[in-house]
Design a protein around this ligand. Structure first.
Ligand code: SAH
Length: 552
């Protein structure tokens, strides 16, 4: 959800809303709403961009302003997310758009939280106490146009009877009459739209796939039409666990927008089924509770948070964190990954045994859970991604191969520090970890020497720590043999975090005492330069060009 405010006066209400939806993001006009998490410059443009992103949108200003800003988009086909106007002081909630995306439900939820009455204006919903066009989870409307006609007939005074099981309609105030000519039919069967009926399909059919193939959607279509079942009645695709990583299966599920569940053996399934072309259609009386059918394919996302500030985290990482059920990583990074929800399971550790942590992540993911392994910066730069790969190359269990594994990049400390300083890594550079925990010190010395001889700019990670007190000093001694004392150096400490500190100096001035384990050290090349910034301080950069090599 996105919450948009214009000025600081709306911030308190926006924050009350955020208490209800912790994942929501508060957007504020730059310079007028400092407490917002994201800032925009042009209200209308920003609102339209958020609308196109197809996420629920709550705007704390006059309804008219919202309507005028979005008007041009309404003719477009495509997204129609819920849009609500909310009075700055929280005294009124007006659902504006997204009737079929649950805007009234949201309005009720928000109104209940703020202790006010929502401004519901949908006649059918007011009269019947339910939105017939938006059946609850587990049911799907067959045809929207037919549905709209049907509801307007009922509003015009027609009575109705119900055939099939529609437990949610029992509490509604429908004009029920057992002799009525209008019928609400709850059935998995398909048939052409009739003007006198509202067809609602329970999602009560599961499809067991013996043999995935590229033409799976077409085969399924065929099986449905021979058995006379509606596509909307499909609840999920099922397959045995050995197919978990099969790409055709996942492509079909994505194309058909159906969840995919995996079972050990067919004995887990409801008994009744119709066979067809390598497919079995399993029909149940009720909508299927797919959470209780086999398990889904687990996912392990290895993510990089970036250096620290939320705005330097990629949207893909934010999404993975929001979707995670389990989060693993160093304590500090797990804390940096917020906002998190109370239902998310945290496994923070100060455990340096990365392989063990990777194994734990695979075990959780292999049981069907959504797992995120957190690194700071980029996960592939002296962090967890390589440990996860190492674990998977020699898996402790075959089930690990079924896990959906993804590595999501982040802004690494060297890049974040360089950006703060200007562009010291603007030409060829290398990244070196000065930690000799997992590689011999001799290897590090050799690399430093070669990098110095090659006149590469260098970024040092893990430059020093209590258990590695002398290594940086040795590295600097070595650099002094090949680089002039005027060589520029940038020190970035806690970049992107509240305690951020940036410093530029020369190699001649640099001593190990200036550096700690939260510092990233950039050593410039012979070409790295600096010049004063207009606002004080200085810019450091390495030019894109290089003087021709001279031979002497
Ligand atoms: N995966 C991380 C690096 C982990 S190694 C990344 O891509 O950034 C840990 C080292 O990274 C630290 O010792 C420090 O040298 C550097 N580092 C990580 N975050 C930093 C930050 N916010 N500011 C400065 N240096 C940082």
């Amino acid at each position: 959800m996105n919450i948009v405010i214009l000025g600081a006066s709306a911030l308190a209400t926006a924050q009350r809303l955020k208490a209800l939806y912790p994942q929501a993001v508060i957007h504020g006009l730059r310079g007028r709403a400092d407490g917002a998490e994201r800032h925009y410059d042009e209200f209308g443009e920003h609102l339209r961009a958020l609308y196109r992103a197809d996420q629920p949108l709550v705007v704390l200003c006059a309804a008219g302003i919202v309507i005028r800003s979005l008007a041009a988009l309404l003719a477009e086909k495509g997204a129609e997310p819920p849009v609500l106007a909310l009075a700055e002081d929280g005294s009124a909630v007006v659902p504006l758009l997204g009737g079929l995306a649950g805007v009234n439900r949201l309005a009720r939820e928000i109104a209940a939280h703020l202790g006010v009455t929502p401004a519901i204006t949908t006649s059918g919903e007011l009269r019947f106490g339910t939105c017939l066009l938006e059946p609850p989870a587990g049911y799907a409307l067959a045809d929207l146009q037919q549905g709209k006609r049907f509801v307007s007939d009922l509003l015009g005074g027609e009575t109705v009877r119900i055939e099939g099981q529609a437990p949610w309609l029992e509490a509604a105030q429908l004009p029920v009459d057992n002799a009525a000519s209008r019928i609400i039919h709850i059935t998995p069967e398909t048939r052409p739209a009739q003007p006198d009926e509202l067809l609602i399909h329970p999602r009560s059919v599961a499809v067991l796939i013996d043999r995935p193939s590229a033409d799976l959607p077409a085969r399924l279509q065929q099986a449905l039409s021979t058995t006379n079942l509606a596509p909307q009645a499909l609840a999920c695709l099922l397959a045995e666990k050995s197919w978990m990583a099969n790409t055709e299966l996942h492509a079909a599920a994505a194309e058909l927008k159906l969840p995919l569940r995996f079972i050990h053996s067919t004995s887990e399934l409801p008994p009744e089924h119709h066979a067809g072309d390598g497919l079995h259609l399993l029909l149940s009386e009720q909508p299927l509770d797919i959470e209780r059918l086999g398990q889904r394919r687990g996912r392990l996302s290895v993510v990089g948070l970036g250096p620290g500030a939320a705005e330097h985290m990629t949207p893909a990482v934010r999404r993975a964190l929001d979707e995670a059920e389990d989060l693993l990583g160093y304590d500090t990074y797990v804390k940096m990954a917020g906002p998190l929800r109370a239902d998310q399971c945290l496994h923070p550790s100060d455990n340096r045994e990365e392989l063990q942590r990777a194994a734990h992540a695979f075990e959780l993911a292999a049981s069907g859970r959504r797992v995120v392994m957190i690194s700071s910066g980029d996960p592939g730069v002296f962090a967890m991604a390589a440990a996860v790969m190492e674990a998977l190359e020699s898996p402790q269990s075959e089930a690990w191969q079924g896990v959906e594994l993804e590595v999501l990049p982040g802004v690494s400390a060297a890049l974040a520090t360089a950006a703060k300083a200007g562009a010291p890594l603007g030409h060829d550079f290398c990244l070196i970890s000065l930690s000799d925990n997992l590689k011999p010190w001799a290897v590090i010395e050799k690399r430093l020497e070669h990098a110095a001889l090659a006149d590469l700019a260098m970024a040092f990670y893990n430059p020093i720590s209590k258990s590695r007190p002398w290594q940086l000093g040795r590295a600097l001694d070595l650099l002094h043999q090949h680089r002039a004392p005027e060589t520029l150096v940038v020190l970035g400490r806690d970049i992107g975090r509240p305690a951020e500190a940036l410093r530029s100096l020369t190699l001649g001035e640099l001593t190990p005492e200036m550096v700690d384990m939260r510092t990233l050290v950039i050593i410039g090349s012979s070409q790295t330069r600096r010049f004063p910034r207009a606002d004080g301080g200085e810019w450091v950069y390495t030019p894109r060009w290089y003087p021709a090599l001279t031979t002497d």
